[in-house]
Design a protein around this ligand. Structure first.
Ligand code: BES
Ligand code: ZN
Length: 631
């Protein structure tokens, strides 16, 4: 295949040059749609539908089967241009093509490019002028980045194995050969075959028959066009509980009741958003609670949010995470970032909507606390980022897009929108958002397209709006001046208590924490100085049982303090925390804190040796890198 590889490279180069010149001015409407994180070339031949038939092999940690891709040659693209896809670690067994959508597939050669550790390998399939469908027979690698294969011991039930996918940002290509770019939308259908007795779920409509399901055969369809990073699947011992008419929760049987209690408000959350921003377009909204190794808090897979069990605090105090994932049904899933440098369009909008939902359901006090805590996180994050990486419209060329996943797109993005809201008034901003979601429904857009729409909207005539330095928010570092600082009376009171306790004017037994919510505890613990004497920690711990807190966020803050001060009584709890939870945001800062001292490093390495086999590849990758970089 030497000659055809050369040919393909030449074609690539031509396309590359043609498109690279399209990238435009920062604040113009022309920011590039070119996705530097995909080796696919949808501007030549585009995939529009994927039909999967996959068998789940727990013994070999592999998915095996076929993907039939329906394709469309784009107008103006030369007839000799091949179909180009993304893959990472996939073994392609055979490729075939056909002109219509029935009949036999004619076997066709294919070319798998060199493996880039981040992007993977392009898969080039020369196709005929009338080719409509391409069929790929393939299997995944045991180290596929999107897949976590859990031994029964890592589940709640301890009897059955478990599998789940995580495709965002660019991991879909490690389990499906496709054009793995958020700028390409597809519909899909799937047959998933699992061992008898297990349940398979996809973030799609379930069309399985009861008879087939008993045999482990499940059928799914996603009829709304979605980006590839939203394709998701899970298999395990799963049970369902209804919450409301269109909402429910899936989890392992021993977890499902607790989850149904925790998420009881979700039906109301759907109403809250659709009343303001237009109808929920996805039919059902269910939540799948995964085993604790799930590397994220939540993932907005359409119709079926994937969530960490660490939100099950027992008091519904962490459900803003569900508000967040649900809000993605508008910002992200309906209107999608076209490339990963536009990620703030997904996460900034969603964080803004999340806070509005929290305000609707739980009141302005709680929403304000979340704004204040979010801004504090943002300020921390900004401290150790280069000026370029502090921009919302961040340049991620040559990097793993997962590196863009920090608090900046979330909190700076949300604060930018809040700034517009404060300038033009809430009602007019809500009108804007409603029309924005309507206008761009089921489309993937760039930051430039957002700006273009914003500038054409009536709110753009408002002098208060015109005073906002849009370019500083989108392209500049830090926090531009002119935003309204979020504030919370309750957190201010906590700050005073913390200061008083640290200064010694408030004794431990006079800390009035009776009515503190999770948010207030987090604030209190975050307000502690770097160093505290052991007897002071002991006093706090005795009075408030901090080492034994079950709330994952409060425990996290306390363990950070314990590590910084080598507070030995928390060591067992720390070890247990890090070996039972795999959520990256909760474990990474703890390892980082341990690395600050030689003794801590030893402790980190000892704990990690035991914990690593239970972590998801995404968390493993992050912790590996951290341990290596700090050496
Ligand atoms: N879409 C993200 C998760 C994500 C982003 C996965 C980028 C991979 C790459 C999801 O909506 C999210 O933001 N989750 C947060 C929770 C949220 C409440 C801030 C998380 O997992 O921490
Ligand atoms: Zn999100």
């Amino acid at each position: 295949m030497g000659w055809s590889t050369t040919m393909v490279l030449a074609i690539l180069a031509i396309l590359w040059i043609g498109l690279a010149s399209a990238s435009g001015a920062p604040d113009g409407e022309e920011t590039s749609r070119r996705d530097v994180h995909s080796l696919g070339h949808p501007e030549a031949v585009k995939v529009v539908h994927v039909d999967l038939d996959l068998t789940v092999h727990f013994d070999r940690k592999a998915l095996e089967g076929t993907a039939v891709l329906r394709i469309e040659r784009q107008s103006g693209a030369g007839e000799q241009l091949p179909l180009m896809l993304d893959t990472r670690g996939l073994s392609i067994v055979r490729a075939g093509m056909r002109d219509g959508n029935e009949g036999a597939f004619a076997e066709t050669p294919f070319d798998l490019g060199p493996a880039d550790p981040v992007l993977g390998s392009w898969l080039t399939i020369p196709i005929g002028p009338a080719t409509r469908e391409v069929r790929l027979e393939y299997r995944t690698s045991p180290s596929a980045g999107a897949l976590q294969w859990l031994e029964p011991s890592l589940t709640a039930g301890k009897v059955h194995p478990f599998l789940f996918t995580q495709s965002e940002a660019i991991h879909a290509r490690s389990w499906i050969p496709l054009q793995d770019s958020p700028g390409v939308r597809i519909t899909y259908s799937a047959v998933i075959r699992v061992p008898k007795g297990l349940v398979a779920l996809m973030a799609a409509d379930d069309h399985s028959s009861a008879e087939e399901a008993r045999e482990g055969i499940y059928r799914f369809r996603m009829d709304q066009p979605i980006p590839s990073y939203l394709i998701a699947m899970a298999a395990g011992d799963l049970a369902f509980r209804k919450i409301g008419p269109r909402t429910g929760v899936w989890a392992e049987p021993s977890v499902v009741e607790k989850a149904a209690y925790e998420f009881a408000d979700v039906e109301g959350m759907v109403d809250s958003i659709q009343n303001r921003y237009g109808p929920y377009r996805w039919g059902r909204y269910d939540i799948l609670v995964l085993p604790p190794s799930f590397p994220f808090g939540g993932m907005e897979n359409p119709k079926l949010t994937f969530a960490t069990p660490t939100v099950l605090a027992g008091d519904r105090s962490l459900v803003s995470l569900i508000a967040h994932e649900l809000a993605h049904s508008w910002s992200g899933n309906l209107v999608t970032n076209a490339t990963w440098r536009d990620f703030w369009l997904n996460e900034g909008f969603t964080t803004y909507l999340e806070r509005r939902v929290v305000e609707d359901l739980y009141g302005v006090e709680r929403a304000d606390m979340e704004w204040v805590l979010g801004l504090a996180d943002l300020r921390e994050e900004l401290k150790d980022k280069s000026p370029g990486d502090q921009a919302l419209h961040v340049n991620l060329d040559g990097r793993d897009p997962d590196e863009g996943m920090n608090r900046i797109p979330y909190e700076k993005g949300a604060l930018f929108l809040r700034t517009i809201e404060k300038a033009v008034g809430r009602d007019r901003f809500d009108d804007f958002l409603r029309s924005y979601f309507g206008h761009f429904s089921f489309r993937s857009i760039t930051t430039g397209e957002f700006v273009g729409y914003l500038k054409a909207h009536p709110i753009a005539h408002d002098p208060a709006f015109q005073r906002i330095d849009r370019n500083a928010w989108l392209e500049g570092p830090g926090l531009p001046s002119g935003y309204v600082e979020p504030s919370s009376k309750r957190l201010e009171a906590v700050d005073r208590t913390a200061q008083g306790w640290v200064a010694g004017t408030i004794p431990t037994d006079q800390i009035d924490a009776k009515n503190w919510t999770t948010h207030e505890w987090i604030r209190f613990l975050q307000a502690m100085p770097e160093k505290l004497e052991t007897d002071r920690l002991t006093a706090l711990d005795r009075r408030f049982d901090l080492t034994d807190r079950g709330n994952s966020e409060i425990a996290h803050q306390w363990l950070l303090i314990a590590i910084r001060n080598q507070y030995a009584p928390a060591n067992d709890r720390l070890k247990k925390y890090l070996t039972t939870i795999g959520r990256r945001k909760l474990v990474l800062p703890l390892y980082r804190a341990m690395l600050a001292t030689p003794a801590g490093r030893q402790q980190a390495e000892a704990i990690y040796a035991g914990a690593r086999p239970g972590y998801h590849p995404i968390t493993v990758d992050s912790v590996d890198r951290l341990l290596k970089s700090a050496k």
